[in-house]
Design a protein around this ligand. Structure first.
Ligand code: HEC
Ligand code: HEC
Length: 309
């Protein structure tokens, strides 16, 4: 029954998204003032009912077991604080967090049969998600040097390989393009391949632009220090977050998902972002960003981290 409704919801998804973006729910205030979320947090969730809902709806994207997908398009939900799950769905639903993919599914109709049941459905689905186990081998950052020419428009549009097309003569770009998506684990091996592809003279001439685009390295020592100085205050000393304050678990999450969220938060695209966090990371450069998130993906949750008080 729910499935039929979903199909209809998908078909009207684009329209729904347009309607949902417009209401003036998104304000300067960060904490959730979506009544439904606040109600849901006070309710006792029924994990069995939540399973039915998850199995009908969420599983299509967040996968069986709630571990998301390797590309990071769909985040891992397993291990996330129930309060964060509830707040994020409510934010997505109210148009306070851009997520056109999820709008049709986060709609009240998709979650429940009636508006009154909305908070209960949120409590149920989050109670079910609380029973899921996090991936032991989540996708982590490079943990050191990584040189690769690729187009990651959502994470780092300024580093996209396609940008080089504008600054390089066409024949040079065409040759360089053959290296697309090939990974190198040192600058030397990468530059050697570049030289082989475009010749010595061109390499010398365009080295700076090419390296800027290709450098996806991280520095774990730097990342640890940055985490300590900038993130512990809210996300905890090993990325465990905080149930009561809606601070998300970032430990063990997919690297590409974290990179995208971080970039969106920093750039203002994620409107529900915490203003204090935006301030804290304003001065981060690309290497800082990759390094601190690489460290976050390597943290492991401990017993007690999910405490609700
Ligand atoms: C059509 C695909 C799709 C379906 C179905 C879907 N989601 Fe999502 N969900 C996404 C995407 C994509 C994101 C990440 C959005 C982004 O990048 O900001 C997301 C993000 C989330 C987040 C935020 C996670 C975080 O770490 O902040 C929560 C919570 C969530 N989904 C819960 C659910 C639940 C519960 C259901 C089922 C009722 C569901 N989703 C159904 C695609 C989907
Ligand atoms: C002042 C508190 C605060 C500080 C400091 C802070 N954050 Fe956050 N962060 C938050 C909150 C709150 C959210 C969730 C915002 C929302 O509801 O959309 C968040 C969200 C995130 C997300 C998205 C998580 C997801 O599942 O979608 C990432 C990634 C992140 N923070 C990383 C960091 C890193 C790395 C640092 C340190 C460099 C940091 N944050 C510093 C409060 C903070």
């Amino acid at each position: 029954m729910l499935k039929k409704k979903l199909l209809a919801a998908v078909c009207t998804g684009l329209l729904g998204a347009a309607l949902l973006v417009s209401p003036a729910v998104a304000g300067p205030k960060w904490g959730t003032d979506v009544k439904e979320a606040l109600k849901a947090l006070k309710l006792e969730g029924d994990a069995d009912a939540g399973y039915d809902l998850y199995d009908d709806v969420c599983i299509n994207c967040h996968q069986e077991g709630g571990n998301g997908d390797p590309s990071g398009a769909f985040p891992q939900l397993a291990g996330q604080h129930a309060s964060v799950i509830i707040k994020q769905i409510a934010d997505i639903r109210s148009g306070n967090r851009d997520n056109p993919t999820m709008y049709p599914f986060a709609s009240v109709e998709a979650l429940t049969d009636s508006v009154e049941e909305g908070p209960q459905a949120l409590a149920d689905v989050s109670a079910y998600i609380e029973t899921l186990t996090m991936l032991p081998d989540n996708v982590k950052g490079p943990g050191g040097a990584l040189f690769i020419l690729k187009n990651e428009f959502e994470i780092a549009p300024h580093k996209a390989l396609e940008n080089l097309e504008k600054s390089l003569p066409r024949p040079v770009f065409k040759k360089l393009n053959k290296l697309k998506n090939k990974e190198f684990n040192s600058e030397a091996s990468f530059m050697k391949a570049v030289q082989k592809a475009i010749g010595k003279a061109n390499t010398n001439k365009y080295k700076k632009e090419i390296l800027f685009s290709a450098d996806w390295s991280s520095d774990l020592a730097l990342g640890k220090q940055l985490f300590k100085d900038n993130c512990i205050r809210c996300h905890g000393d090993h990325g465990q977050g905080d149930y009561k304050n809606y601070y998300p678990v970032i430990a063990g999450q997919n690297y590409y998902y974290l990179m995208r969220q971080f970039a969106w938060i920093k750039g203002g695209k994620r409107r529900n972002a915490n203003p204090d966090m935006i301030k804290q990371i304003a001065g981060f450069n690309d290497l800082d960003l990759r390094s601190v998130l690489d460290v976050s993906t390597r943290f492991i949750m401990k017993k007690g981290d999910w405490a609700k008080n």
